[in-house]
Design a protein around this ligand. Structure first.
Ligand code: AR6
Length: 178
């Protein structure tokens, strides 16, 4: 794709309300549901999502940080949920940046494999997992941009920010890209 920035948007809101081919969840290694965006997705999507997560865990054992898996989206307006596991921030010297990049890339590769045309991301790892928001935003935007540059079909990406700081960081960084 040329000009990937034309396919990247940022909005402030609740990702469970977004009608896209797939929303990404900030999950944990057990795909067990939890708080934050994970809790909101399972609450709004209903039990079929957790049922499919349990089948995946039974088959694979766990979903390690940096990886992602896809499930149904239950009652959500999206068609699929891609569950990505970001790193827990431990000070920055434990491979957190690479793992966060990998969580975004794994999600994007799954979307590519399924031919998905629109994907929404939350700000993975910036809540309970405490990844510094500015560093996380740089990684998220650069990883998505590079991926789209090399993609041979058009995919729209929406960053759905829930808090004011993430929203203002993304707005600023995406304007800088122009
Ligand atoms: N829509 C969009 N973003 C949201 C929503 C929502 N409805 N709710 C929260 N956020 P977090 P993590 C934002 O904690 O840091 C869970 O318990 C939130 O403001 O959800 O990757 C899992 O089970 C923040 O910017 O995910 C894991 O155990 C961002 O989503 C653990 O938390 C990510 O915050 C994962 O921690």
């Amino acid at each position: 794709m040329t000009n990937p920035e034309n396919y990247i948007k940022v909005i402030k809101g609740d990702i469970t309300k977004i009608k896209v081919d797939a929303i990404v969840n900030a999950a944990n290694t057990h795909l067990a549901g939890g708080g934050g965006v994970d809790g909101a997705i399972h609450k709004a999507g209903g039990k079929t999502i957790l049922e499919e997560c349990r089948e995946i865990i039974k088959r694979d054992g766990c979903c390690i940080p940096g990886n992602a898996v896809i499930t149904n989206a239950g009652d959500l307006p999206a068609k699929y949920v891609i569950h990505a596991v970001g790193p827990v921030w431990q000070g920055g010297n434990s491979g957190e940046k690479t793992l966060l990049e990998s969580a975004y890339l794994s999600s994007l590769r799954i979307a590519e494999k399924h031919g998905l045309k629109s994907v929404s991301f939350p700000n993975i790892s910036t809540g309970v997992y405490s990844f510094p928001k500015e560093q996380a935003a740089v990684i998220a935007i650069n990883t998505v941009k590079r991926f789209l540059e090399n993609l041979d079909f058009e995919m729209n990406i929406i960053f759905v920010c829930f808090d004011d700081l993430n929203y203002s960081l993304y707005i600023r960084m995406l304007e800088l890209m122009d």
